[in-house]
Design a protein around this ligand. Structure first.
Ligand code: NAD
Length: 510
């Protein structure tokens, strides 16, 4: 969606207003612009979120810059202590944060708790920042000369995040960026902005100095102001591919370090020897969890040979058991989509798939819940999908699982490698040799072997290939530490008058 920067007026259905977080406190916008925040389960507007003006963003970045000076000088032990305290507060407040996420995003609280747990892992990783920032030291590289390397923070860095993980993705960035000694300016999704404010409050309670974390709500105007601001050293982005490409190109043109993660189309390659029941459980969990609004969701099963028919049957038998409903229903396993517009777009792919020759085994538009006022769509299953169909070519980002039938492993591999995206993939097989060959051959950044959603643990790094990532470093983990710091190498000699002389030759180590 392209966001407009024209003035908007707040919707009058609600008086609740969501503000920025600048210099350690809520900051009511004077921009006169706002965006509605929907409750996807009821189809009603539940709040209006401030959209920042250029002046407000400049003010926020200026306060972050001031804070970055003192924060950079804060001892590692203290930074680590604050991370530990934050970890404890996040852990203690999981339930409240899950409710906040569920209300604005629509995912059920149990799913929201899952994203919090994965975000918490990143905070735990960042607690070890003293170890992570250790440099190297070489003694006596020349007579009386030592050389050592250190890593220093960049200053003020920014993050722009998507709606689908309103806590986890900000935590991917904030934990490492702040622990490394940077001030961090977050521009979360305007669709579910409250989780980031809750995180900011917890970090403040943990002892983070004011201004080290800023939350600015906004649209394209905010993003462009960040991308052009001379005091922003680096930008981390997670979102759709067209915007990721734009962020990468604009940010790097303006001299910034950029990592921009984009969209996905994740294939499960199902070999004939696979355990079909286990693969069907995994595919259903990975396709419909969070209503398919996950960048690591399995959206295509590539069934090799005669495994396709039993797989379709195994999938079909599981779908009626999935309980779709609002997060307030404790039995619900899958919630609504984020907006009405997005729900209709996803439904459009069911129609286009049908017209272009796919078989709609289960059509989510027929589900009773799809007639609800909220933005619900039932789970959908499409068979006989081919690579030329729009539903295959585009990222759907909804509760739609497609099955493509191929004859051989090579044909399946080619399909995956030819796809524009390369975020995640999985192979389901009992054949270790085939799995190893797939791991070697496949042009995708994160691979699961009988694991449907291979999101790396926090001490590895997360990132796709091809149109799923623009930039050189993956996110969080060791590559996150590299991204948020720059190296310095020091060659050091302490005065020793007895060895001092003038020598115009290029320094050599003897
Ligand atoms: P989006 O690209 O619409 O928005 C992401 C961010 O960019 C938001 O903060 C939004 O305000 C901002 N934005 C939107 N339009 C903009 C514009 N024209 N100019 C500048 N900024 C703009 O993405 P979304 O709908 O919030 O999230 C879903 C997408 O994110 C999916 O494509 C999904 O695959 C992707 N995603 C990827 C990963 C990953 O790790 N690769 C993780 C989560 C989500």
């Amino acid at each position: 969606m392209t966001l407009a920067a024209e003035p908007t007026t707040p919707d009058t259905q609600t008086s609740k207003r969501i503000h920025h977080w600048i210099a350690g406190k809520p900051h009511a916008s004077t921009s006169g612009r706002s965006a509605p925040v929907w409750n996807p389960a009821t189809g009603e507007i539940q709040a209006n979120v401030d959209l920042a003006s250029v002046e407000e963003i400049n003010y926020a970045i200026a306060s972050a810059k001031i804070a970055s000076v003192g924060w950079r000088a804060t001892p590692l032990a203290r930074r680590s202590e604050i991370m530990f305290k934050f970890r404890e507060l996040l852990d203690a407040n999981r339930q409240e944060l899950a409710q906040i996420i569920s209300l604005e995003h629509g995912k059920v609280p149990s799913d929201a708790l899952g994203e919090i747990a994965r975000g918490l892992e990143n905070v735990e990783f960042a607690c070890g920042v003293p170890h992570l920032l250790k440099g190297g030291f070489s003694e006596q590289v020349s007579r009386g000369v030592d050389v050592y390397s250190i890593r220093q923070p960049l200053g003020v860095v920014a993050g722009i995040t998507p709606f689908n993980f309103p806590a986890m993705v900000p935590l991917w960035m904030i934990a490492n960026a702040v622990a490394c000694g940077n001030a961090f300016v977050l521009k979360p999704s305007e669709k579910d902005p409250s989780a980031s404010l809750f995180i900011a409050e917890l970090l403040q309670r943990a002892g983070l100095p004011d201004g080290v974390l800023t939350v600015i709500h906004g649209d394209k105007l905010a993003v462009d102001t960040i991308l052009e601001h001379p005091d922003i050293a680096a930008v981390s982005f997670v979102g759709s591919t067209p915007i990721a490409k734009y962020i990468y190109e604009t940010g790097t043109k303006n001299g910034k370090r950029v990592q921009a993660l984009g969209g996905a189309k994740n294939h499960m390659l199902l070999l004939p020897d696979a355990d079909v029941e286990m693969a069907a459980d995994a595919a259903v969990s990975a396709a419909y969890g969070s209503a398919g609004e996950r960048c690591m969701a399995i959206s295509v099963v590539v069934a090799v040979g005669n495994v396709a028919d039993p797989m379709i049957e195994a999938l079909r038998s599981r779908l009626p058991k999935i309980n779709v409903g609002p997060g307030t229903d404790k039995d619900a396993e899958m919630g609504p989509l984020i907006t009405r517009e997005h729900r209709d777009k996803v439904a459009g792919y069911l129609e286009s798939g049908k017209v272009q020759g796919a078989t709609l085994v289960v059509d989510g538009r027929d589900a009773d819940i799809a007639k609800n006022k909220g933005f619900f769509l039932g789970v959908s299953l499409m068979d006989h999908v081919t690579a030329d169909m729009d539903s295959y070519k585009d990222e759907i980002f909804g509760p739609v699982l497609q099955v493509v039938r191929v004859d051989t492993y090579e044909e399946g591999l080619k399909l995956i490698n030819d796809n524009q995206y390369g975020n995640g993939t999985a192979i389901f097989t009992r054949d270790g040799g085939a799995a190893r060959q797939f791991q070697f051959d496949v042009k995708v950044g994160m691979v699961g072997i009988n694991v449907p959603i291979p999101v790396p643990v926090s001490y590895y790094s997360f990132g796709g290939w091809k149109a799923s990532l623009f930039g050189d470093t993956h996110m969080y983990g060791p590559e996150g530490i590299l991204f948020y710091t720059r190296g310095k190498v020091v060659s050091s000699r302490w005065p020793d008058p007895s060895t001092s002389k003038v020598d115009l030759g290029f320094p050599q180590n003897r």
